[in-house]
Design a protein around this ligand. Structure first.
Ligand code: GLN
Length: 539
């Protein structure tokens, strides 16, 4: 571990979904704003090796990093807040820890010893805790422990945190416990007991939290704070109130007001290098909260009942909307409910339509009909990954007259596989792992909408898909007005398709949403919003 690197661990109590990720990201933002280099990592207690195989309905979207790691969606918050990339090392699951230990065991690396949770699993957890801090690149490493204190699954992580204190030594280690102070409407009272209990559980595990961050719907009166301090064994000024906020992007400022960063710095003996600089952040908030116009956008997809499945897209629209001082009203539309006759009614009032990423056949026909409607009615369209593939299929069927055109993902027997696996993928397919993951270069055609958005020709974007545009059909498409405006220079794979004679019709094979941050809204989202604003004016 880097000798000067400070480690902050964030645990959660009482319930899940208290927003540890947002608190971690907000604290990191405040420290970054004072000139420290900070990274955040998430340790998830479940047994999947990574979230790549998780159903988005259960865990929300799978976030993809530059290096192609499939990770927890909290990493998206970390990047959006900090504007710095994360990597595979920033997300570790119990499954990965066990996998590493068992692999070592099979290789005989434990020299005949009995392999146990303590010390072998906890040592492996600690090795991963300290990995990012090792080369001294970061002043502070914040580690979010997923789940709740007391869960059977998270016990080894909590034990590893306890041990880490002794490895790191005084002033280098800090635990923040995020908890809930419920308000009992009948008694008209804020209740501290659940927090007392969850801190007791931490104490039983040998961990004394240094700071309590208390989620609450109402201000915490001084007496409540005093009670929490007394019973939970923390300093009074280390009981931090975290009131519900109207946007997650307010949380860094709320935490600053509560002096979370100052408490952390004083406990870790960190001296600030500069004054807090949050000017750009505040500027963003100003534009976000004072829109001068608004647009209605439909997001067509299959996972509409859990908006977390589209987390990065939703956030990218918030960033891009703020860039134009425009409120974006995003409506999630289930593709399964879209049929040719219901479409005009459902899509008519929209200023723009996005077709979302996704896997599998369900809802495909509805998506195709939606694309047809926006293409024919000159409504701005933005297709993301599967959304781009659907646009290609729609164009093939309805403009090129290839009635049975499809992606081989949906119809392996299609006579016109306009989207399919590449030859080299077909061979690897037998071995599994054919997904194109992570960042790839792309070259944009001058004069295209994509080029106009980015303002340059060479870009890099992140991918997470298996199927590709079938280049055997490219000439046909281009002759009829849909052209490849972005091509991977190394492989010739088509990365962006556009329609010439349309106000804004762009489909990207990659996932632009992963790279949109508060300070760097994504150019394609920004341009799409501008196109929807223009479209609205013409109505
Ligand atoms: N299912 C498509 C593919 O694998 C698209 C994936 C996606 O939208 N992320 O190529």
């Amino acid at each position: 571990m880097g000798s000067s690197t400070k480690y902050i661990f964030i645990t959660g109590g009482v319930t899940s979904s208290l927003g540890k990720g947002i608190i971690a990201a907000s604290l990191a933002k405040l420290l970054q704003a004072r000139g420290f280099s900070v990274t955040i990592q998430k340790f998830d207690p479940y047994l999947n090796i990574d979230p790549g195989t998780l159903n988005p309905y259960e865990h929300g979207e799978c976030y993809v990093t530059e290096d192609g790691a499939e990770t927890d969606l909290d990493l998206g918050h970390y990047e959006r807040f900090l504007d710095t990339p994360t990597s595979q090392a920033n997300n570790v699951t119990t499954g990965r820890i066990y996998n590493n230990v068992i692999t070592k065991e099979r290789k005989g690396e434990f020299l005949g010893k009995t392999v146990q949770v303590i010390p072998h699993i906890t040592d492996e957890i600690k090795r991963n805790f300290f990995k990012l801090g090792e080369d001294g690149q970061f002043d502070v490493v914040i580690t979010e422990i997923g789940g709740c204190v007391g869960d059977i699954e998270s016990l080894p992580f909590i034990e590893a945190v306890r041990q880490a204190k002794w490895d790191l030594g005084q002033n280098n280690f800090l635990v923040i416990h995020l908890t809930l102070i419920p308000f009992l409407a009948a008694a008209k009272e804020l209740k501290t007991k659940p927090t007392q209990h969850s801190v007791k559980q931490l104490l039983e595990a040998g961990i004394q939290p240094d700071i309590l961050v208390c989620r609450t719907e109402y201000h915490l009166p001084q007496e409540v704070k005093k009670k929490l301090a007394l019973f939970c064994n923390v300093q009074l000024n280390c009981v931090i109130e975290a009131m519900d906020a109207s946007t997650i992007y307010d949380v860094p400022l709320l935490m600053k007001k509560e002096k979370l960063d100052e408490r952390v710095m004083s406990k870790l003996k960190l001296t600030s290098k500069t004054n807090t600089d949050l000017e750009q952040w505040k500027d963003f908030l100003g534009r976000l909260k004072n829109p001068t116009q608004e647009v209605n956008i439909g997001l067509v997809g299959k996972y509409v009942s859990l908006p977390d499945a589209y987390k990065s897209i939703i956030e990218a629209f918030i960033h891009a909307g703020a860039a134009s001082e425009c409120k974006v009203n995003l409506t999630l539309i289930s593709s399964e409910e879209l049929h040719a006759d219901s479409i005009p009614k459902k899509l008519e009032g929209l200023d723009g339509v996005v077709v979302a990423p996704g896997f599998g056949e369900r809802g495909l026909e509805g998506k195709i009909e939606a694309v047809r409607f926006v293409r024919e009615n000159n409504i701005p369209f933005f297709g993301i990954c599967l959304g781009m593939q659907v646009a290609v299929i729609e164009f093939a069927r309805n403009v090129l007259g290839l009635e049975k055109a499809n992606s081989t993902e949906m119809d392996p027997e299609s006579p016109d596989p306009v989207i399919g696996l590449m030859e080299d993928q077909k061979n690897i397919e037998l071995l599994g792992g054919t997904m194109r993951l992570g960042s790839f270069p792309c070259e944009l055609k001058k004069g295209s909408k994509a080029y106009q958005a980015y303002g340059k020709a060479k870009i890099n974007e992140r991918h997470r898909h298996r199927y590709e545009f079938n280049n055997a059909y490219l000439n046909k498409f281009e002759e009829s007005g849909m052209f490849a405006s972005g091509i991977n220079p190394d492989t010739e794979l088509v990365e962006i398709m556009e329609i010439k004679n349309h106000p804004w019709f762009v489909g990207a094979q990659f996932h632009p949403e992963y790279k949109s941050t508060v300070l760097t809204p994504h150019p394609l989202f920004v341009r799409f919003i501008k196109a929807t604003i223009e479209n609205k004016k013409t109505k």
